[in-house]
Design a protein around this ligand. Structure first.
Ligand SMILES: [Zn+2]
Length: 429
């Protein structure tokens, strides 16, 4: 294999590390180092673990790429949940072959802790993460008369009040219709794990909003070819392609639909559990059917769902109580959204209900995401780490450390063929 090597001594490991470090920019994904592992499974198991870390393998990371620059300004961006994120505009600087002119400051606590001010000379880092960040301020170089940064009290987009809620690090815009909030919501709504509308990315969403064609997610389903054609970048063909993609997305599974709503604290795993509870007690064929399903849930009922704690229970309950959201669901129903019935796979659902899977290695007939979708759609749960609670570890080509851990603690290990049988998946062709 191109990106793995059997090394005989430390020197060879260092050479391989340098080689990968040199070619890392050309790899299809971002990496922050290599893993050095003993190549005997028996030895690996015998070496055991220190806490969670196996003694038989170690991460050998590349140094984070850093550069010095100056903070020219701090602006505040508004995200999908209405959270305000401060971002430093820095003097453009080359870090590892990329020109960086922005660095995230995460939140107010982070800025206080690092004491970052406009005019400061700072060390900026680009690590495995794509978003560069400010690591440290070089205080000796600080100009006179700098001021501490404060989060704005009003939303930079819509000027509504900004509130930092108890127990949260983030500040939130209180206007539920805030333009930026709405835009981020739409982008999330059509994204891959939600409505998955082909060809409707961030840029096009921005263009449609700027063109006054949409102001909320429902408007997407009301677009016509004639609306789109006059827009820049939209020839007749691409306009009809987008309309077709929108129409194709109108039939959606309940978990995906729940995820598309972007309810704060409700993640992509939890939506499957909520969907099961909803569908067990209700017939859900259209978005507005969720209202009745949710109204039948007391706070305690939410808490009963796996991975839902008091904060997420409150979040989801108040989402469904909000008049704007209730209208939103009704309008989605009017625009023809259909929620798929899970009946066809009801028998299988019981089969994997409550089972926890861990995936390791590459599968040949699924992408990682597809395999996860499969498991979740059959009632199973996907976890990223192996523990006593794991029911199955599915191994593909080149399985990683999870495989060894599973062997060690005696979790059932199945290969791809067995997995396909389990989920009754027939490979195409
Ligand atoms: Zn706002």
């Amino acid at each position: 294999m191109e990106y793995a090597k059997r090394c005989k001594n430390l020197e060879e490991i260092f050479d391989f590390w340098s080689h990968i470090k040199k070619i890392r920019e050309k790899l299809p994904c971002q990496i922050d180092g290599i893993v050095v592992s003993v190549n005997s499974n028996d030895l690996f198991v015998r070496l055991g673990f220190v806490g969670k870390a196996p003694r038989g393998a170690i991460a050998f990371k590349f140094p984070a790429e850093q550069a010095t620059s100056m903070v020219e300004g701090i602006k505040v961006q508004v995200g999908r949940t209405g959270v305000l994120t401060p971002v430093a505009n820095i003097r453009p600087v080359n870090i590892g072959g990329t020109i960086v002119s922005h660095a995230t400051l995460h939140n107010e606590d982070e800025i206080r802790k690092k004491d970052i001010r406009i005019g400061d000379t700072v060390i900026v880092q680009r690590a495995g993460d794509v978003i560069p960040e400010v690591v440290e301020v070089l205080k000796r170089l600080r100009p006179k008369k700098t001021k501490e940064f404060n989060m704005p009290r009003k939303c930079p987009v819509c000027e509504s009040d900004v509130v930092r809620e108890k127990g949260e690090v983030g500040h939130y815009c209180q206007n539920k219709k805030c333009f930026a909030v709405e835009k981020e919501k739409i982008i999330h709504f059509v994204s891959k794990k939600a409505f998955n509308v082909d060809g409707l990315g961030e840029k096009i969403v921005g263009q449609l909003i700027d063109g006054g064609l949409i102001s909320g997610a429902v408007d997407i389903f009301l677009l016509t070819k004639d609306d789109l054609e006059p827009l820049e970048r939209f020839a007749e063909k691409s306009a009809s392609n987008l309309i077709e993609a929108v129409n194709n997305s109108k039939i959606i599974s309940l978990p995906r639909f729940l995820f598309s709503l972007g309810i704060r604290h409700i993640g992509e795993q939890t939506v499957y559990d909520i969907a099961q509870i909803f569908q067990k007690n209700n017939v859900i064929k259209k978005p507005s059917d969720l209202l009745k399903a949710a109204d039948g849930m007391a706070i305690d009922d939410w808490l009963f769902i796996r991975d839902i704690g008091p904060i997420s229970a409150k979040s989801i309950a108040s989402w469904f109580a909000d008049e704007n959201n209730r209208n939103f669901l009704n309008r989605l129903t009017e625009s023809g959204i259909i929620i798929e019935s899970p009946k066809a796979s009801a028998v299988k659902i019981k089969k994997l209900l409550g089972k926890t899977f861990v995936l390791t290695g590459e599968l040949s007939s699924f992408t990682r995401e597809e395999a996860q979708d499969f498991i979740r759609s059959l009632g199973g749960n996907v976890s990223s780490s192996v523990s006593e609670k794991t029911d199955y570890v599915v191994t593909g080509e080149n399985p990683g450390i999870k495989y060894e851990k599973a062997r060690k603690i005696g979790v059932k290990i199945i290969d791809e063929k067995e997995f396909r049988k389990l989920v009754k998946f027939k490979a195409q062709k």
